[in-house]
Design a protein around this ligand. Sequence first.
Ligand code: GLV
Ligand code: MN
Ligand code: MN
Length: 414
Amino acid sequence: MNAVPSLHINSERLLASLMSLGEVGALDGGGVCRLALTDADKLGRDWVVARMRELGMSVAIDVVGNGVAVYEGTEDLPPVMTGSHIDTVRTGGLYDGNYGVLAGLEVVATLRDAGVRTRRPVAVAFFTNEEGARFQPDMMGSLVYAGGLPLEQALAARDSDGLAAGEELQRIGYQGQAPVGRPRVDSFVELHVEQGPVLHGRGLQIGVVESVQGISWSEFIFEGVSNHAGTTPMELRRDAGYVAACLSTFAHDLALRYGGRQIATVGSIRLTPNLVNVIANRAVLTVDLRNTDAQALARAEAEVLEFASCTAAAQGVACRHRLLARFDPVAFETTVVDLVEQEAGRLGLSTVRMPSGAGHDAQMLARVCPAGMIFVPSVDGLSHNVREFTAPQDLANGAQLLLQVLLKLANRIA
Ligand code: GLV
Ligand code: MN
Ligand code: MN
């Protein structure tokens, strides 16, 4: 059983599966849109579940819509789990999340073709609404799985049209019966494209992920008074759009001022009534702050909040604030990090230890078991962009490394 000489993943099969899943919700001109719990997400789930069944895996859908497929081991032990997500942002690429799920299935296909059973079962999961682009918080399914968010709260999340996640989950037929958080897992390893410039820029093959930076997502709602853009003197305006613009530049400048790993993004501003000659009476904007340093992140949040309320007050504009998601930085278990590095070395792949800039399901699984991640290069560091691309050889390297890491974890004696 432990004498597994040399198993090789089938890189053509992996690439073909990525391209096929990429056709579900494909956008004209490239990329994919499978926002969580939409019809396209349902079709993507159907595709992945069918593939899991073809591989002879038992598939369970839990009450928050996570899908967990198990390839039995030789002993009745908690499984070693891999996986990621298949929902995308509105303008997503083919690799973000999908690669981790499909590479996990490629590992199982390789074991199956070779007739190999590991000591522990190998589970492959896709978690609901990792992106958080439609419903917040992000990493929703894995957070519920890890016990970090009550199920009812997740199901009650509403999108910008007021639709509830729970209703949408039922509508697409993916509110399963399985209890969330089962099976209990032995360990979790997620393979993902880096989504940033480090590996590609430095010509390295593998990122050994040591940690995930802290994330803070806020929504600010400013309410002023609509009036005529031509007749209202500047000093008499209660301009919600102006306050939103000030906050946007403040957040950007704050990140530059803090330096280090502080980043800030205002990715959404919605003005009402959004017309050229009308002062906006309402502005809703989001602020995404991230840092590997928990204290600096907390300081940044406090500064942004203070600036928003003072600037709004000075303009006669009301300010409301809602926290959409908040996660402290997460350090991965050193045993898993070391194992990834060691196995990459055995494959002759160049590595660097690095933190993750993006949020991932692995950071939630780290609450309940030893967890880690493997990154492969993203060309030009592009992601959340239809032009997201990872070279086939890098996809193959990552999947082969995942296979070896899972074999080590699943077959270990202790
Ligand atoms: C999830 O993709 C994130 O925004 O980090
Ligand atoms: Mn992702
Ligand atoms: Mn993403």
